[in-house]
Write a protein that binds this ligand. Sequence first.
Ligand SMILES: CC(C)(COP(=O)(O)OP(=O)(O)OC[C@H]1O[C@@H](n2cnc3c(N)ncnc32)[C@H](O)[C@@H]1OP(=O)(O)O)[C@@H](O)C(=O)NCCC(=O)NCCS
Length: 268
Amino acid sequence: MIGAPMETKGLNANRGSKPNRSRKEIIEKKKAMDALLKAASAEKDHLSAFPAFRRYQTNGLSAFLESGRGDKLASSVKHYIQNLLKANMEGLYGSEWPVEERVKCREMVAPEARYIFVCEASNASASEMSTMSEQESTSASCVEKRGPMVGFVHFRFVIEEELPVLYVYELQLEPRVQGKGLGKFLMPLIELIARKNQMGAVVLTVHKSNSVAMNFYLSKMRYIISTISPSRVDPLIWIEKSYEILCKAFSDEAKAILEEPLEEVHLV
Ligand SMILES: CC(C)(COP(=O)(O)OP(=O)(O)OC[C@H]1O[C@@H](n2cnc3c(N)ncnc32)[C@H](O)[C@@H]1OP(=O)(O)O)[C@@H](O)C(=O)NCCC(=O)NCCS
């Protein structure tokens, strides 16, 4: 995953802007979007609305999910994230990795960064969990009281193309838990969080050479290559860029801006 929302802005700066809108309408819309982002970002635990997603028990894997935020990460968690990013992504980025790693380190601790952590239930904690009350089991610290962390999702609520969207910056699972259905479990949760917070879409970037992730999002999770992705904006830009922007839009406005072919967008 490439945390590239800033970089994408220049590709398509006028997409979605409606020439006939008055200044007042534009200001009102911006205010409404800012209010949505503020409310979404103020939520302390995005899992609280979806308790069924706190636990994952399939394919021989037992895990717990926890919420977090970038400016509250323990240093052990920061190291964990950095190591997992390196293990999963260094090979894909090749010589670009040192620069990308620095960018990702900065993004990791941003106040806007929101996390879902996945922690394996060790045998001991699994039995402890069965005797815990629901409140205890949901408030226990992932790192201290449960088994080891095995992956995470880093997401943010941002404005993209004048739309409030949930941008997935990272979805990273340790190799030993990949292919056990966790990705297919986490992405619908992310989509529910987006919809609950009135985001128009889930947006993410994938490195062009990450064929497993491309297949996962496009074939399995039904994401599409967005109209704001370099390959759809201009093939010449695409050659220079190493990523695609994928999306799943929920609102009609977001579908028109992020999913429709270019020509149709301008007719809206
Ligand atoms: C990409 C990733 C998030 C997918 O999550 P996952 O839990 O491994 O995937 P799931 O087990 O939910 O599998 C979902 C589907 O993806 C496909 N898939 C997953 N891993 C695959 C692999 N290693 N090879 C081929 N197909 C794979 C499978 O077809 C599977 O579909 P099926 O269950 O119908 O057979 C995870 O593998 C990962 O963290 N990879 C490394 C980091 C990364 O590339 N992140 C995405 C950055 S954009």
